[in-house]
Design a protein around this ligand. Structure first.
Ligand SMILES: CC(C)(COP(=O)(O)OP(=O)(O)OC[C@H]1O[C@@H](n2cnc3c(N)ncnc32)[C@H](O)[C@@H]1OP(=O)(O)O)[C@@H](O)C(=O)NCCC(=O)NCCS
Length: 192
């Protein structure tokens, strides 16, 4: 399929997804600081995010990846009161295979409100409309909160890879949840 770019902002009911930019850096930093012990359990970049400058550096990296079509990172804000909630991103995109993977986190104070399942569905819808056929969510077999987001958003557990994921305590099994696009597969008009 042809390469495409996603929109810089996506409306998702009670929230909005905005392309990660430096104007959000202070919000991101505060959210990481207040949720550190919660987030670090399954997100290994948290311990290496030691200062505000590390957040700024990460935003630069995501801006570069956005331009190179490698990875699209969005910050989530509540509507209409504009509270910073967390992040969601598309990575591991393959235009040839029409597949993509989603990753996400919420600040602790904004969990338990249904925001992430809503964000997942809005972002996946943009991917399906653009021609992506298969979206995956991968998580540690012990990360029930993440698996529940996938299930709540209508994903199906497809496989469990043995000892495939680093964790502080050892190598853990990794689950893959999948949703297939409701639209027809594209780009196979050419005869071999
Ligand atoms: C994974 C993570 C984003 C899930 O957050 P979450 O708040 O549980 O998920 P959602 O935003 O979808 O909210 C669902 C919860 O809100 C509740 N809820 C409240 N109001 C709701 C509403 N209006 N609509 C839907 N659900 C609602 C649901 O009942 C559910 O609570 P429960 O799990 O106790 O039943 C969060 O735990 C997190 O950031 N974890 C650390 C980082 C991480 O592990 N990331 C994933 C790596 S693979």
């Amino acid at each position: 399929m042809e390469k495409f770019k996603l929109k810089e902002s996506i409306l998702a009911g009670r929230l909005i997804l905005l392309q990660r930019r430096h104007e959000h850096d202070a919000d991101v930093w505060l959210a990481i600081e207040e949720s550190r012990s919660f987030l670090r359990e399954y997100l290994f970049w948290v311990d290496s995010t030691k200062t505000y400058a590390d957040v700024v550096k990460a935003t630069d990296m995501f801006a570069k990846k956005w331009d190179e079509d490698g990875e699209w990172c969005y910050n989530l804000y509540s509507l209409p009161d504009n509270r910073f909630l967390g992040c969601i991103g598309v990575h591991g995109i393959s235009f040839m295979n029409q597949t993509a993977e989603l990753g996400y986190w919420l600040r602790l104070s904004e969990t338990g409100k249904g925001y992430m399942a809503e964000a997942v569905q809005a972002l996946e819808n943009e991917l399906f409309l653009a021609g992506i056929h298969r979206v995956e969510i991968r998580c540690d077999v012990h990360n029930f909160n993440s698996a529940n987001v996938a299930k709540r958003a209508g994903y199906t557990l497809e496989s469990t890879a043995k000892e495939a994921l680093y964790h502080y305590t050892g190598l853990h099994d990794r689950e893959t949840y999948v949703k297939i696009s409701p639209y027809p597969i594209r780009g196979f008009e050419r005869k071999i």
